[in-house]
Design a protein around this ligand. Structure first.
Ligand SMILES: Nc1ncnc2c1ncn2[C@@H]1O[C@H](COP(=O)(O)OP(=O)(O)OP(=O)(O)O)[C@@H](O)[C@H]1O
Ligand SMILES: Nc1nc(=O)c2ncn([C@H]3C[C@H](O)[C@@H](CO)O3)c2[nH]1
Length: 249
């Protein structure tokens, strides 16, 4: 019972919360490093403000993990043009240009030489297409012609480039909680993000990752992102073994 409990996830030893790795060492006398048998890529997906960066910052402290954040700064400065601000200020006019550049920058990340056994990347070329582009098209901010051009590019990329993902971690955070957090963080371009946009993006993530409206390129591990920060770290630790082994154990 004790052994089983010890390996279930993060637990308290002598009053202090510890991680699974430390727990295993204490119980078995040796450090069992969680390592996949081959290099893997984990994509962290979720709504705006769902806690993806917080997740990545947590796992960035673990040796053998390469973390790649979303290239937001590239989107904010394309040879002097802030395409993120343009998209938020006039989505009808700028969605196509912005999504084209998002697709290019995400492809660049997917095709980069991997620097560690485990790569954790914030979002992916898949959520850009299946969540954001779909939302732009459905909401009338992207014409049919723009949508099909982006889709042709996306299909060519999947057929001709290696954009492998081994696990999707879906931080499922309610739109209301995301809205609160975005207000807290107050990123300049996001100040006017309305609740119904977050609701639409939540629905887009649910359509893709829960209802499988579009293909999922890897198994999906769903984590409840609504917890307060301290509890989120326990959720991350309780799922460490599933995440680092790149599979839904
Ligand atoms: N569990 C939590 N409880 C309270 N605040 C949180 C929690 N997780 C993240 N935050 C805060 O909410 C804000 C958004 O979090 P974070 O940047 O991790 O989200 P994100 O998904 O990376 O956002 P984006 O998609 O915009 O990059 C940050 O200010 C962060 O400190
Ligand atoms: N339209 C659109 N398409 C994308 O593919 C995309 N990916 C991220 N974002 C926005 C959300 C945050 O404001 C900010 C950081 O995630 O950038 C996107 N917006």
């Amino acid at each position: 019972m004790f052994m089983k409990a010890a390996f279930r996830g993060s637990w308290t030893i002598f009053g202090s919360r510890t991680s699974l790795d430390k727990a295993q060492r204490l119980v078995t006398g040796k450090m069992t490093t969680l390592r996949p048998s081959r290099s893997i890529t984990v994509a962290i997906e979720g709504n705006i403000g769902s806690g993806k960066t917080t997740f990545l910052d947590h796992f960035a402290k673990t040796k053998g993990i390469e973390v790649i954040q979303e290239p937001v700064d590239m989107w904010r400065n394309v040879r002097g043009h802030n395409t993120l601000a343009l998209m938020y200020s006039d989505p009808k006019r700028w969605s196509f240009a912005f999504q084209s550049y998002v697709q290019l920058t995400m492809l660049d990340i997917h095709t980069r030489q991997q620097k560690a056994l485990i790569r954790m990347m914030e979002r992916s070329i898949y959520s850009a297409k299946y969540c954001f582009v779909e939302n732009m098209h459905e909401s009338g901010n992207m014409t049919d012609a723009e949508y099909v051009v982006l889709t042709e590019w996306f299909n060519w990329i999947l057929a001709n480039q290696k954009v492998q993902i081994d696990l999707i971690v879906y931080l499922k955070t309610s739109p209301e909680v995301c809205h609160q957090r975005i207000k807290q963080r107050c990123r300049e371009e996001e100040k006017a993000i309305p609740m119904d946009y977050l609701q639409a993006l939540h629905n887009a993530h649910e359509d893709w990752l829960t209802h499988k409206k579009f293909p999922t390129p890897a198994p999906v591990l769903v984590l409840d992102g609504d917890h307060k920060l301290s509890d989120m770290y326990s959720v991350f630790e309780e799922n460490r073994h599933k995440i680092l082994l790149g599979q839904n154990l």
